[in-house]
Write a protein that binds this ligand. Structure first.
Ligand code: GTP
Ligand code: MG
Length: 501
């Protein structure tokens, strides 16, 4: 089909070899010739010297034969490897118009490019067919603002144009292509996110309670173990059990269903103790300070919050207070672009206090409604880092109108009891006004939410049930408990459970 034996650019007239379908490159021809010469040499030595020089003749002949076979058998490449492409100049679009044919004489300057095109085209017709769209230079550079799925493509383009090696991958969060997903109801997403916690906690409680015919010490002991395993926390578990024992005794109750109802009611009461409303500054700039240990989801939460408030029509400014890492500043900038919030940023290694000062003034100048301050992740046990946070808070207090209106501690639910310890130490350093409990979707330890509230007497204000932008939800205790206590297997109410005798 594509036999191009007649179009070899080599100056050496080598007979066409039927096995090959591509062109004979010069090095291959040279190897072939050397091989032939050596082979002939071997035969010549043998004819001249006979068996005396048999070894020399054989070695020479075999070497020649090897070279011939090598030149013959190594498959020809259809296209030059990418590494052979001239690096700095290929960033320009190829001379071949998209979809067009390079019919006229090719300018000398673009001879190499033309040669590359001709290997992909139909050489027999003499027409250089443009490669398929994928092989062409990008028709247009991707938009400057990274958007869903475009970030990697943009990075590729940069690395193709620049001579230095590709830059280290930026800490760009996963592109939120998910926003295009088929919408699921708020409650469905909450229920799906809480599945693991439900399975490890509520479903076990249901099986335990509705699997018994009467209330006895065994039932309450087992219930204690289940609550403890669900990361509800020692203190909360003990308080719940003390209450249950007392109530059962006082009512002289026998029906295990009562235990279930009392437990659920107690959990509801605990979660509704603190009003989850956000404190806002209606007349001026509202400032939220977002804090927490490394990797809990602070920056992502800020993006999610920003998006939510922007949707409500508010003007939001973000402060890149995590000056510890350049990547963190970039990450917030990208989020800012995506959600449509201006980002105030400084230098890597700069003073976060100074940045926050500037950000408050910049946000005011822009008449923003809300300033969300990102901070560097810090271990709650590092005193100097906690002191830095205190300093930042003081600056906000001094420079803003009654701020910080919220100090939101972000906790990762998957860390279980560790989150309780973090809450304790952060609360000792700063008066936490609300908790953002992230990653409830990836854990069976969602019960920790009860323990954390108990620990610092501050409400959970938001919960994260996924990485998607819409997966940050305002915490609604009633809905949370409904989603938690609902069973996935079609058993949606207590009476669906079979009592074991
Ligand atoms: N599954 C899940 N992942 C989440 C959630 N919230 C955040 N994440 C992910 O957690 C990872 C860390 O998020 P970041 O926002 O960078 O965390 P951070 O606290 O700012 O991290 P540092 O700045 O390094 O301290 C990212 O991959 C997020 O997508 C959530 O609710 N569920
Ligand atoms: Mg961060």
């Amino acid at each position: 089909m594509n036999n191009e034996s007649g179009s070899s650019p080599s100056p050496v007239t080598t007979p066409p070899l039927p096995r090959h379908t591509g062109q004979w490159e010069e090095p291959r021809v040279v190897v072939l010739l050397i091989g032939i010469v050596l082979l002939l040499e071997g035969i010549f030595i043998y004819l001249q010297a006979g068996v005396d020089q048999l070894i020399v003749a054989s070695v020479t002949g075999v070497a020649g034969l090897t070279l011939v076979l090598f030149a013959w058998l190594v498959p020809l490449e259809e296209e030059p490897p990418a590494s052979e492409a001239p690096p700095p100049t290929v960033s320009e679009p190829t001379a071949v118009p998209p979809g067009g044919a390079a019919t006229g004489p090719t300018p000398a300057a673009s001879a190499e490019a033309a040669a590359r095109v001709s290997t992909a085209g139909d050489a027999s017709s003499g027409v250089a067919v443009a490669p398929p769209p994928v092989a062409q230079a990008p028709a247009a550079p991707p938009p400057a603002v990274p958007s869903a799925g475009s970030a990697p493509a943009a990075a590729d383009t940069v690395s193709a144009q620049a001579t230095p090696p590709a830059p280290a991958p930026s800490p760009i969060p996963p592109a939120p292509a998910e926003e295009e997903e088929a919408p699921r109801s708020w409650f469905d997403r909450l229920r799906a996110g809480l599945k693991k916690t439900r399975d490890s906690f509520v479903t076990k409680v249901k099986h335990l309670v509705f699997g018994k015919t009467k209330i006895d010490d065994d039932l309450l002991d087992e219930l204690e173990g289940t609550l403890f395993e669900a990361d509800i926390g020692v203190k909360t578990t003990q308080e719940l059990l003390t209450y249950l024992h007392k109530e059962v005794e006082a009512r002289d109750a026998k029906d295990p269903e009562l235990v279930y109802r009392l437990l659920k009611e107690q959990l509801r009461q605990r979660l509704t103790r603190f009003p989850p409303d956000l404190k806002m500054n209606p007349g001026g700039l509202t400032v939220f300070l977002i804090i927490g240990v490394n990797g809990v989801g602070k920056t992502t939460t800020i993006a999610k919050l920003a998006r939510r408030f922007i949707k409500e029509g508010k003007k939001v400014v973000l402060a890149a207070g995590d000056t510890f890492r350049a990547a963190a500043i970039d990450q917030l900038s990208i989020w800012g672009q995506r959600v449509g919030a201006e980002v105030i940023k400084g230098q890597e290694g700069g003073d976060p206090g100074a940045l926050v000062f500037d950000a408050i003034h910049a946000a005011r100048k822009r008449q923003a409604d809300l300033l969300l301050i990102d901070t560097a992740g810090r271990m709650h046990v590092k005193v100097n880092l906690m002191d830095e946070l205190k300093k930042v808070r003081k600056i906000v207090e001094k420079e803003s109108d009654g701020g910080p209106h919220e100090i939101l501690l972000v906790l990762d639910a998957t860390t279980g009891q560790n989150a309780v310890q973090q809450a304790k130490l952060f609360h000792e350093a700063l008066p936490i006004t609300g908790i953002v409990m992230t990653k409830l979707d990836g854990t069976a330890k969602g019960g920790v939410l009860f323990a954390v509230e108990e620990q610092i007497a501050a409400p959970v204000k938001f919960i994260g049930v996924g990485e998607k932008m819409d997966d940050l939800m305002t915490f609604d205790p009633e809905k949370f408990l409904d989603a938690l206590f609902e069973d996935d297997s079609g058993k949606t109410k207590e009476s669906d459970y079979q009592v074991l005798h």
